[in-house]
Design a protein around this ligand. Structure first.
Ligand SMILES: [Zn+2]
Length: 439
């Protein structure tokens, strides 16, 4: 996905509109998805209603559908023609739409995902891992935001943690339970997800919401202990973002995963939970996923080429949290780690600009650029601008882009506005180039 970028010229009035030139020809407003989950067989059946607006004359709806098998597409009960190829579903609309017109399509499908949805039958557990199109036809691109109503049909005795707010669950005629969740704030599809198992569950009040912790292998006391800093982390990030945390925040330990941020929900592994219990200083991943609630979920890179605006930020904010909670040495240790990795990248000629031409097949080194160099560059910008200007700029950038998609130039513009001067030399070297002196 490409969009034209206006490089942030100082005092430029050419604001980058993240919504300009919508390439899909439509904008999804809402998904309503019901999933029948068979944990023992590791498969699912689903139905998804997609409500969308045409943003240009539109005769087909094209969605990402992973390896799902679409059984039917309908509109108002009438069948629609559709095809699937290369992970995309193309539905022919009953009649072409003019720009501004609304329509909806109902999809029925099944699948046995190899990834994106993990089944752990021995634990009676199922949970998502980022690839939302492996369990509901949707848009993978991070600049598409929609609300979601999610119903999860499961055997009795399981607890679910999902995105948004829990609605009352209901018993189905066959004895299973339908767990219902509603995400009222439009969010990108890649932060949709859930976890279900016979979890232990601990909840604690925080601000106007609740903190929830879930795990199978940990006792309630252990859950409270290992997630003890969550409330303070959210407060710290809210202060840095200039935006209060909204709603409840849920964290679940699942069989195995990398850390995963979703809307109001983060998943980590049972192994990581054990590690934090053994050493309370190992809370970096908890902080990283919590930081994503602002940098990633609420302020989202418009395309994966700008992924450092999610990951470099989450890493940097983790270090800032460690500095706040554990002291300067903990911050400097992370900075040294980033700098060493960047030095190694440069030595092997693998350093890259933070803004990628595309993010189709990132290597391990490309990930290091986005995650580690990205964080390191924020640290260098902090040194360049000083505490007051840096944090004011970061706060203004975050507040101005809440609920929006951002490109790198949006960040440059915000920091230039805070600094009252051009930062073109800094950004040309560190962000758009591979310059900048280490050490
Ligand atoms: Zn991350």
């Amino acid at each position: 996905m490409h969009r034209s970028i206006t490089l942030g010229l100082f005092a430029s009035t050419m604001a980058v509109s993240a919504l300009a030139a919508e390439p899909r020809g439509f904008d999804v407003q809402h998904y309503a998805t019901t999933l029948d989950l068979d944990i023992a067989a590791a498969q699912l059946r689903g139905e998804t209603l997609v409500r969308f607006n045409a943003t240009a004359p539109l005769s087909q709806l094209v969605l990402d559908s992973g390896e799902l098998v679409i059984d039917a597409a309908t509109h108002a009960g009438e069948p629609l023609r559709f095809q699937q190829a290369d992970g995309k579903l193309t539905v022919d609309l009953a009649q072409p739409l003019a720009a501004g017109e609304h329509a909806s399509v109902q999809l029925r499908y099944h699948g046995k995902p190899r990834f994106g949805l993990e089944f752990a039958p021995a634990r009676n557990e199922v949970y998502t891992v980022f690839s939302t199109d492996q369990w509901m036809p949707s848009i993978n691109a991070p600049d598409e935001r929609a609300t979601l109503l999610l119903a999860l049909r499961l055997p009795q005795g399981l607890r679910t943690a999902a995105v948004g707010d829990a609605l009352p669950s209901r018993q189905l005629p066959d004895g299973r339970i339908e767990h219902r969740w509603q995400l009222r704030t439009p969010m990108p599809g890649y932060v949709y997800g859930f976890a279900a198992a016979p979890y232990r569950h601990v909840q604690q009040p925080h601000g106007t919401g609740m903190l929830h912790y879930y795990a199978l292998d940990r006792s309630e006391a252990e859950l409270s202990q290992l997630f003890a800093a969550t409330g303070e982390m959210l407060d710290f990030f809210a202060e840095r973002a200039g935006l209060a945390y909204q709603g409840d925040y849920r964290q679940a330990l699942v069989e195995r995963t990398i850390g995963q941020e979703m809307a109001g929900l983060s998943l980590m592994s049972e192994a990581y939970g054990k590690q934090v219990l053994a050493d309370a200083s190992q809370t970096g991943l908890i902080a990283h996923e919590a930081a994503h609630q602002w940098w990633g979920n609420r302020v989202t890179c418009a395309g994966w080429e700008h992924f450092w605006l999610n990951e470099g930020f989450a890493n940097f904010m983790t270090a800032a949290w460690l500095q706040h909670s554990q002291g300067e040495a903990a911050y400097q240790e992370m900075v040294q780690g980033w700098e060493q990795r960047l030095r190694a990248l440069r030595e092997k000629g693998a350093d890259r600009p933070l803004q990628y031409p595309d993010w189709n097949k990132p290597s391990v080194d490309d990930r290091a650029v986005v995650y580690k160099k990205g964080a390191y560059v924020l640290h260098r910008l902090r040194l360049e601008l000083g505490e007051e200007v840096f944090w004011r700029g970061l706060r203004q950038y975050t507040q101005a882009n809440d609920g929006k998609s951002v490109v790198t130039a949006d960040f440059q513009q915000a920091m230039e506005a805070a600094a009252g001067r051009s930062l073109q030399a800094f950004f040309a070297a560190w962000v758009y180039g591979v310059g900048g002196e280490l050490g």
